[in-house]
Design a binder for this molecule. Structure first.
Ligand code: ZN
Length: 314
């Protein structure tokens, strides 16, 4: 298990926030054939909706000169600003905003009541969030998604993009799927990508990109994003194949690497072009060997970044 993004719980976060979570493995979660794309309906809802402003688990910093990411930002605010104190370089993506949504949260498993609370996704109600899956050796999807998202942020910022993460290991749990969507909307993002890895049966391999279906109900109206989201998704899938060498899923999407869903609040509530990507199947040993490799995760981030760049420069 290459836990190279693991930060021991006893370590103190520096000025740049780092995730703090226990090493205990997740197991036996999110095994549905329809994947673990954040909105999976698992278990009944419970409790009042109280997850929109969760308390933070991140200690406040004593640094005299906090980074832009820290300054005055409540823990529940989306994480924005360049990864360093330096201004963004000018580049081909200057002036563009990309929201990256790291699926799930390492703390979700300790907040089952909160994440099981129901939220309105326009077309119905669904759990606030889910725990996500894990490899058989205990590498959690929530850690994978954060790691790839941070790598992706760095790559996009190098090209001048403004990048906002919906969470950066700076929340105790969540955010809820409706808030994840609204962060992209509020930022008027040019593109949003929700990063995941699947939890399907052994032998099911490969990646797939999930596109929003046309839905209309309550606050959900994807009529304006279906076409651009497909364009974004096709470009991400093509670049993901090229950069990682991974094949499109052999169990979803008829080997196109594309799937369309109408049950994900994170897509249904989006008013800006948005897709999910399931980078591989954590429950398959061969895929897991890739997903747990830092070198492969860098390739995954690069493939996604090149897809986003291709879409934004078209
Ligand atoms: Zn997921």
């Amino acid at each position: 298990m290459r836990n190279d993004d693991f930060v021991p719980p006893t370590s103190r976060p520096g000025p740049r926030r780092r995730p703090v979570f226990a090493a205990a493995a997740l197991a036996g979660v999110c095994l549905t054939a329809t994947g673990c794309a954040g909105d999976g309906g698992q278990g009944p809802g419970a409790g009042a909706e109280s997850a929109s402003r969760p308390a933070t688990s991140v200690p406040s910093s004593s640094s005299p000169s906090p980074s832009p990411r820290q300054s005055s930002a409540a823990a529940a605010s989306p994480s924005t600003g360049p990864t360093s104190a330096r201004p963004l370089p000018r580049g081909p993506l200057t002036g563009r905003t990309v929201v990256i949504d790291p699926g799930h949260n390492p703390g979700n498993r300790d907040h089952t009541r909160e994440i099981n609370s129901q939220v309105d996704i326009g077309t119905g109600r669904k759990e606030c969030d889910t725990t996500g899956t894990a490899t058989n050796s205990g590498y959690a999807e929530a850690r994978f998604t954060l790691d790839v998202s941070r790598r992706l942020r760095t790559l996009l910022e190098e090209q001048g993009a403004k990048v906002v993460l919906t969470q950066d290991g700076d929340r105790a749990y969540g955010p809820c799927v409706d808030e994840r969507a609204r962060i992209g909307n509020k930022e008027k993002a040019d593109a949003v990508v929700s990063v995941h890895a699947d939890g399907s049966a052994t032998g099911n391999r490969g990646f797939h990109v999930i596109l929003p279906a046309a839905v209309n109900g309550g606050d959900a109206d994807t009529s304006k994003i279906v076409v651009p989201s497909r364009e974004l998704g096709v470009r991400i899938a093509g670049n993901f194949v090229r950069v990682t060498g991974s094949a499109p899923s052999n169990y979803i999407g008829d080997r196109t690497g594309l799937d369309t869903r109408n049950d994900l609040g994170g897509l249904n509530l989006s008013t800006v072009p948005k897709v999910f990507i399931e980078c591989g199947n954590m429950r398959d040993p061969e895929d897991a060997a890739l997903l747990t490799s830092a070198g492969w995760r860098q390739k995954a981030a690069l493939g996604i970044a090149e897809g986003i760049g291709s879409y934004l420069k078209r």
